[in-house]
Design a protein around this ligand. Sequence first.
Ligand code: SAH
Length: 476
Amino acid sequence: MEYLPIFIQIKNRPCLVVGGGSIAARKVALLRKAQADVTVVSPQLCAELEGLSQQGLIEHKARIFEDSDLDECVIVIAATDQHDVNQHISDLANKFSVPVNVVDNPKQGSFIMPSIIDRSPVVIAVSTGGSSPVLARLIRTRLEGSIPAAYGQLAKLVESFRDKVKAAFPDVESRRSFWEKILQGSVAEMVFTGHENDAKKMLDKAIDEQSVVPQIPGEVFLVGAGPGDPDLLTFRALRLMQQADVVVYDRLVSPAIMEMVRRDAEVVYVGKERDKHTMQQENINQLLVRLAKEGKRVLRLKGGDPFIFGRGGEEIELLAEEGVAFQVVPGITAATGCSSYAGIPLTHRDYAQSCVFVTGHLKDGSVDLNWKALAHPNQTVVFYMGLHGAPTLCKEMVAHGLPPTTPVALVEQGTTPQQRVYIATLDTLLDVIASEDIKPPTLIIVGEVVSLHEKLSWLEEHHVDNEDSVFAYKDQ
Ligand code: SAH
């Protein structure tokens, strides 16, 4: 190890920055974040530092560096653009054992500045020993994504309960095990979703009951898995996928996404194929309640967004009635996923000022929609579950005033490596469907914006010839 990572307390202590440019300004901002008293020595200041100086937030000495500037400062940052000045500051600082950082030249100083993930009081510092700041930043970005923004709040909660827990669990081992359970369970999840008071109550209860394994009630995570590409998952979805005890999923969740759920989680497939529901909706609703009441963390994973043609509402209604805790995580819905990956903007100032999502499949199997409201020239209409109703939709859209030449896109298995986009018109869509071997799921986009596909499509389609859909579909 070339450097020892340490965290220095500089609150209300004098820190010196030599140099007044934008790089110096970045260092000043960091020092101020750690609440230091900052003095900047530089004949000139950039606008940002000038502003801070005028507000009295930093002290400015408008001249070149003098040796006595080092007196009493706890750390110094040499941020001038002159190598010899930086070297002089560094030599002097080393002589007086003042930690010194030379920007853009780590070897010249005695300490380096890491890349920082700030979830105060949790702070993670990443360093590559100065060899590649870009790599450090990339690592930081990865960590940023996997550590929920509310980790700071969680740490504060732990801090405020430390003494109580210490009194309740005098022995170190049981205390450690208690915290491990708390920090990976529902208490933490409550903090992440903004239910801090409930988290405190639950923590108090766990302490009062002196339970090393606190009795944590089960809960349901209703999570949108997006249209297929695992990269389109949200950070929260991924985190909950890795925490769940049981996963209840249906055919719209792509296998690539199922690969990412916790390995030892129990997995329940509840199907839902057209007209052949593997498990009736009511049974799914009840299954979720039962599993949660057994104390399990249940991940109800749904394709796209759970609240868009996903019956998410129906599922959590019963949970609410039964007093089972739940949270809902949105996902990218098929319309936005498919339109992006097909290069078809859903709105465009020249073509469409509104966009409507409709289902082409009603509860009783019919396609009885308000066609008058849908057939508008400056509107994009996205049909979910529209393949079977395609003859009706083409006929009715024309009957209600849209030109038969209105462009239509049919997106098959959107956002997956098997994605295909077929471009037709209201007049020719049925011919395309008849002549191609269309694999579900498919989305139908109707409107002038479809004409932009030719110019804006960016995804290379591989046209992999696979027998079945990548999804667990048999029929749509
Ligand atoms: N809740 C989901 C929609 C469920 S309804 C969402 O927000 O996306 C099921 C319909 O969604 C399918 O019949 C199809 O029309 C559409 N769909 C879902 N995923 C799709 C995909 N990857 N490609 C094309 N259409 C998709």
